[in-house]
Design a protein around this ligand. Structure first.
Ligand code: KIV
Ligand code: ZN
Length: 511
């Protein structure tokens, strides 16, 4: 797909494993990110979705930390999912017992091996760490548990010592040797070289667990796989400690598309899973997040939209459907006529050439003011352009306000609604609020409206300054409309702007 012979590159420069396993640690490392706390039910729902997606292993949690973690592990294990369910444990008997008590039969056990971890955290010698690791692996094996062993902070551990620990773990019965880049200091070339060196020394499958402190976790994982690592730890949306872990969606799509590797993952479920995890964890996805961000398949500039409308491949590496996402043509100051036309077609809005030019100019000028133009904004602008004065459903017949120090501000409003005169008085925190409350109460039989935005500007200086009021109202059904009015009386300007906006909203509703 890239004008490059990927098969030739694979043969000449890569030592790809026959099968690559995806080990998801969203529910363990991902949950360790500050601010994330998932309930048992949240974890069960995410685990089911991960299983549906097709990951090979789900790290469900750290059983020793709470009864809830154990209960989650037990429940998820009892679901009989296709994915293997794994739990985390330090190389401690009590951690392993907690895992066994959770009915799990796969442990990811770890101990720090770097000088920093040995001297400051564990205060243990190299020998003690090695012995503890072997002891724990043997204990787990004696209880019929499959062992994946991690030398925490492996990438800041002396290479000779790291190899010694990993060989001892292999001899003790570990089925997978995992290489954590705990503080994300690897670079792609170093990642490749490290895994190449470990491959020469070990017979056991190698896995990688790379953190994203420098934004390199996915690239490093790919290089490790090129060097022969047959498993990568990932998290949905790249969640995890600090800058997070290698992201599931980035790694899977890179392997599937750039490397043309079949992973048994249903990529069409990626966007939905990402969105689901974002909602449950409360961690919003940045718009420019690859694959799943709101802008991953969004186009605004005239040149790009033109290309996309001719052939989507011009400015997209994959179709959004491949990951269950959707394409978006956005409007803003970079919008071209083609983009605007396609959006209007989408909403079945037909404009004359003159109306089209006016809408186009308004979008450009709103964009210049730094405003994002949503679909609702476009509909409102376009409908205003085509609506005529006869379509004024609600007219102002009268307005009186009272304000002062010791009385509640109040307003009396008289409206003509569909030919019928209606009048009411209401109070509010100020005269504008009182007047708007009166309007709201009069029209609530006709439509329900909410004032979303209210801006007031004094056009000239002095006490007789002209007030320009700009409002946005919405009807709670996804429709929004703007309204604007300029008067020398602030209350009047506000009332006229709101009525102007409501009339447009009614046009939109009835169109
Ligand atoms: O990043 C890390 O080192 C870990 C360990 C628990 C393996 O998550
Ligand atoms: Zn980690």
């Amino acid at each position: 797909m890239f004008g490059m012979d990927i098969e030739k590159l694979k043969k000449e420069h890569m030592n790809l494993p026959d099968k690559i396993k995806i080990f998801d640690t969203t529910l363990r490392d991902g949950e360790q990110a500050p601010g994330i706390a998932l309930t048992v039910d949240d974890k069960i729902q995410i685990a089911k979705k991960l299983d549906d997606l097709g990951v090979n292993t789900i790290e469900i949690g750290f059983p020793i930390v709470s009864e809830g973690e154990k209960e989650t592990a037990r429940t998820v294990k009892s679901l009989g999912l296709n994915a293997e369910i794994c739990g985390l444990a330090r190389v401690l008997k009590k951690d392993l017992d907690a895992l066994i008590d959770s009915d799990l039969s796969y442990v990811h056990t770890f101990i720090g091996t770097s000088p920093l971890h040995r001297d400051y955290k564990l205060k243990m010698s190299k020998e003690e760490i090695l012995d503890k690791s072997v002891e724990a692996i043997e204990y787990a094996k004696d209880h019929g548990i499959t062992v994946e062993f991690s030398a925490e902070d492996s990438t800041r551990t002396e290479k000779d010592y790291l190899i010694e620990v990993y060989k001892a773990a292999e001899d003790a019965g570990a089925s997978t040797i995992n290489v954590p880049d705990t503080v994300g200091v690897l670079t792609p070339v170093i990642a490749k070289s490290l895994i190449q060196d470990l491959k020469k020394e070990l017979k056991t499958p190698i896995s990688v667990h790379f953190h994203n402190d420098f934004g390199l976790a996915t690239a490093n994982s790919l290089m490790a796989i090129e060097a022969g690592a047959s498993q990568a730890h990932v998290t949905v949306n790249g969640l995890g400690e600090r800058g997070g872990n290698a992201s599931l969606e980035e790694l899977v799509v890179s392997l599937a598309v750039a490397y043309d590797i079949d992973l048994d993952i249903d990529t069409t479920k990626l966007y939905n899973l990402s969105d689901f995890v974002s909602k449950l964890t409360g961690v919003k996805i940045s718009p420019n997040k690859p694959i799943v961000g709101g802008n991953a398949f969004a186009h605004e500039s005239g040149i790009h939209v033109h290309g996309i409308l001719e052939n989507t491949s011009t400015y997209e590496p994959i179709n959004p459907e491949f990951v269950g996402h959707s394409r978006k043509i956005a409007l803003g100051k970079h919008t071209g006529a083609n983009g605007l036309k396609s959006k209007l077609d989408e909403f079945n809005i037909d404009l004359s050439e003159e109306q089209f030019c006016s809408v186009y100019d308004q979008i450009k000028s709103l964009g210049d003011k730094g405003k994002t133009i949503t679909d609702a904004d476009l509909k409102a602008i376009a409908v205003t352009e085509i609506s005529t004065s006869e379509e004024e459903y609600i007219k102002l017949l009268g307005l009186a306000v009272m304000s002062g120090e010791t009385v509640s501000p109040s307003a009396t409003v008289k409206l003509l609604i569909d030919g019928e005169e209606k009048e009411t008085s209401k109070t509010g925190v100020g005269p504008v609020d009182a007047a708007l409350n009166a309007i709201k109460s009069l029209i609530q039989e006709t439509t329900s409206i909410e004032l979303e935005e209210y801006n007031i500007d004094a056009i000239t200086g002095g006490t007789d300054a002209l007030a320009e009021v700009f409002v946005v109202t919405s009807d709670g059904k996804g429709n929004k409309a703007t309204g604007r009015a300029t008067r020398d009386d602030v209350v009047m300007a506000s009332v006229i702007a709101v009525l102007n906006s409501i009339n447009k909203l009614l046009v939109i509703q009835n169109s």
